[in-house]
Ligand binder design. Structure first.
Ligand code: DQA
Length: 143
């Protein structure tokens, strides 16, 4: 069994992008943290793209393979109805999809207070840095 850990635009720059907000660790450290948390119980398939179409195709893959998803939609969170509709396909198929954020978007600019994804997610975890992903993985493992 595996878990898809999907990351949207600009998250490939973690480590150097706004370290005051997102910390100084990169996606490779995130993968290591999740592999350690999984402890052999599931494979961690961590990916990042700046491309909305690619992210949507990965959600189709989750549906077709019944693979749980941890999704950080990044800025798409706030306006991508196309990504929302694709996320709904996952959860309507009975597959868990947890929305995660490194920061707490509600404590930031007003445009970040809206998530068009949350309404179709199984759950949402935000504001715990990379631990947001770890807590989401724990939730999937517990379920
Ligand atoms: C983010 C929050 C979003 O508002 C922002 O656009 C990101 C990262 C987070 O993980 O805190 O790119 O999803």
């Amino acid at each position: 069994a595996s878990v898809l850990v999907l990351n949207g635009p600009n998250l490939g720059r973690l480590g150097s992008r706004e370290p005051d907000v997102y910390g100084s660790q990169d996606l490779d450290s995130l993968r290591e943290l999740l592999v350690a948390t999984a402890d052999g119980r599931v494979e961690i398939d961590l990916r990042q793209t700046n491309d909305e179409a690619e992210l949507i195709s990965w959600l189709y893959e989750a549906v077709d393979t019944a693979t749980p998803v941890i999704l950080n939609p990044a800025a798409f969170t706030h306006y991508s109805y196309a990504l929302r509709d694709a996320a709904a396909l996952v959860t309507k198929a009975g597959i868990p999809l947890i929305e995660v954020h490194i920061s707490n978007p509600h404590a930031r600019e007003t445009f970040r207070h809206t998530s068009v994804i949350s309404g179709v997610a199984s759950g949402v975890i935000a504001g715990f840095g990379f631990s947001s992903y770890r807590l989401a993985l724990q939730g999937i493992l517990d379920a």
